[in-house]
Write a protein that binds this ligand. Structure first.
Ligand code: SF4
Length: 81
C-alpha cells in the first residue's frame, strides 16, 4: 500500500526545514570559529542516521544538531563524532 502525505503538511515541513537551516546559518555567522564544511557535513550525516535525533534536534543535548556540528568546541554527547 502506498502512503500519500498531505501536500499541505509536506509544504509546512519543507518550510520549517528551510527556516531552521536559515536560522542556523545566521547564528553561525556570529561564531568566531567553526569547523570546515567537510567536517560539519560528516558530523551532520552521523546525526541524520542517529536514533537520538528528532527532526532538527539532538534529543541527548537539546541542540540543533546542524549548529552543534559546526562548533569545534562541541562533541556528540554520545561520542558518535
Ligand atoms: S549529536 Fe550525537 S547523539 Fe545527538 S543527534 Fe548527533 S549523533 Fe546523535
Amino acid at each position: 500500500m502506498i502512503e500519500l502525505g498531505c501536500i499541505h503538511c509536506e509544504g509546512q515541513r519543507e518550510a520549517a526545514r528551510l527556516d531552521v537551516e536559515e536560522l542556523i546559518l545566521e547564528q553561525l555567522a556570529f561564531e568566531p570559529k567553526v569547523v570546515s564544511e567537510d567536517i560539519r557535513q560528516k558530523r551532520i550525516l552521523l546525526c541524520e542516521q542517529c536514533p537520538n535525533r528528532s527532526a532538527h534536534t539532538c534529543t541527548s543535548c537539546g541542540c540543533y544538531y546542524a549548529f552543534r556540528a559546526a562548533l569545534p568546541s562541541k562533541k556528540c554527547p554520545l561520542g558518535r563524532w
